[in-house]
Design a protein around this ligand. Structure first.
Ligand code: NAI
Length: 453
């Protein structure tokens, strides 16, 4: 049968595109080689958040005294994992039923594009060739495995883990070296550290947390250092042995022995072996090139999610998928990346949206920056004894339009969307002053911040 749309991959981009296209009346086939829901649901966003929530409860119980609560607590990693698996099952079932409700046919098997025929785009999966008027490539990404001596052997022996294996470890390691202090590294470092693992983070750059606000990232690091986590920045890993990680820092070699190593040095788009060459789909620097409608150089062929390498975040993938489907069905829509929030779910969370002060200045934008301590929020003070959270707003000096917001505090993952709206709607400081926030909430810090201008 000829489908209106064949979707390759069922992660956030793939399943949402399937749902939206099905809802719009298209006949849709979704092909998935592994698990429905992709990395996000099965071995990424959701499993990590489940683990981190258990860690937070444990941490709160252990440090309840400052709130007048004396308790003894124990964390049972096995039970945490069992709950994580249950949460994943529940959400995967939800995605499956949403696909079904929207009439999407799902095939399990690796899909390989076989070119364009008179019958449409041909994709082979599970020994059958399927045909579609359009294609959406949403094959996601895979962990980067750098050519460091010993990595390959470590992966084979189980000493070196990617996030996938780290999320299924039956017993937490006594000592864990995390190579790469980005999002995955920090979130898993936070979990294992909280439950008692001795954690060291080895990062090549001179800061953790990638492109996030440098000052807030440094405060986050300091907080974890105080709790006993070790950080080695500006460190170049030179070898992984059977029980250690060796790295150079300022010309000196250090060797850390460990029970396990987490490799979290980035992910790369999954474009190998999916038959892109059969259509001549253009990829650059390992990612599929798309236009503002998420269409590739081949009309009728789209790419959304990690595979286009623009923003490797599930929520960016959702929006890209919607833009692609809208283009297919003739609804005017374009992709805009100006206000994609990013959150690192450490404790406290680090959330940001829009430009950092550094990025704005690099682009030659004249900006004002206000930095406000979270103690301006009553709810924060009530719930964070001794907390040192900070919120920053980046505002265009001339127009007073809000360009960026950055917050280091819990709940920031939930309220950063408000700042994203300010940016998306092009709101000025004066506009935000007129918005009523519920009181007491940590979100009120955004309101406090605009009154500093
Ligand atoms: P990342 O790009 O966030 O961080 C990788 C880090 O490894 C960088 O800081 C880099 O400088 C460092 N690095 C690279 N090579 C190194 C080496 N040889 N030695 C030491 N350090 C090295 O990548 P990560 O953490 O693996 O995450 C992958 C993707 O998953 C990201 O694009 C992220 O957006 C996404 N993700 C998002 C989450 C969220 O939104 N909360 C959670 C988990 C993943």
């Amino acid at each position: 049968m000829l489908y209106d749309l064949i979707v390759l991959g069922s992660g956030p981009a793939g399943y949402l595109a399937g749902e939206r296209a099905g809802h719009a009346g298209m006949r849709v086939l979704c092909i998935e080689g592994r698990d429905i829901g992709g990395v996000c649901l099965n071995e990424g966003c959701i499993p990590t958040k489940t683990l981190l929530y258990s860690a937070k409860i444990y941490d709160n119980a252990m440090h309840g005294e400052k709130y007048g609560v004396a308790a003894t607590a124990a964390i049972e990693h096995g039970k945490v994992l069992a709950r994580k698996n249950k949460v994943v099952r529940t959400l995967v079932a939800g995605v499956k039923s949403a696909l079904k409700a929207n009439g999407v046919t799902v095939v399990n098997g690796l899909g390989v594009i076989k070119g364009k025929t008179d019958a449409g785009f041909a994709v082979e999966a599970a020994g059958v060739t399927h045909y579609g008027r359009r294609l959406l490539i949403a094959t996601g990404s895979t962990p980067v495995v750098p050519p460091i001596p010993g990595v390959k052997e470590g992966l084979e022996s189980g000493f070196v883990l990617t996030s996938r294996e780290a999320l299924t470890l039956a017993d937490p390691p006594g000592r864990l070296v995390v190579v790469g202090g980005g999002v995955i590294g920090l979130e898993l470092a936070a979990y294992f550290h909280t439950i008692g693992t001795q954690v060291a983070v080895v990062e090549m750059l001179d800061h953790i947390a990638g492109e996030t606000d440098a000052e807030l990232a440094a405060i986050l690091q300091k907080g974890y250092e105080k709790k006993g986590m070790a950080f080695y920045l500006g460190a170049r890993v030179t070898a992984i042995t059977a029980n250690s990680v060796r790295f150079d820092k300022c010309g000196e070699t250090t060797e850390l022995t460990a029970d396990a190593v987490l490799l979290s040095v980035g992910r790369r788009p999954h474009i190998a072996d999916i038959g892109l060459e059969s259509l001549g789909v253009v990829a650059e620097r390992g990612a599929i090139l798309t236009d503002k409608h998420m269409q590739t150089n081949i009309p009728g062929v789209y790419a959304a999610g990690d595979v286009n390498g623009v923003y490797m975040l599930a929520h960016a993938a959702y929006r890209e998928a919607e833009v692609a489907v809208n283009h297919m069905i003739g609804v005017r829509d374009t992709m805009c990346y100006d206000a994609i929030p990013a959150v690192i779910y450490t404790n406290p969370e680090l959330a940001c949206v829009g430009e950092t002060e550094e990025a704005a200045r690099e682009r030659g934008r004249d900006v004002d920056v206000v930095k406000i301590p979270l103690r301006f929020s009553g709810r924060y003070v009530a719930e964070n004894e001794g907390g040192d959270g900070i919120c920053k707003l980046v505002v265009d000096k001339r127009t007073k339009i809000i360009r960026g917001a950055h917050a280091l505090c819990n709940y920031s993952s939930e309220f950063i969307v408000a700042a994203g709206m300010f940016i998306t709607l092009g709101l000025k400081v004066e506009d935000v002053k007129k918005i009523v926030f519920p009181h007491p909430t940590v979100a009120e810090i955004l309101r406090e911040a605009v009154f500093q201008f």
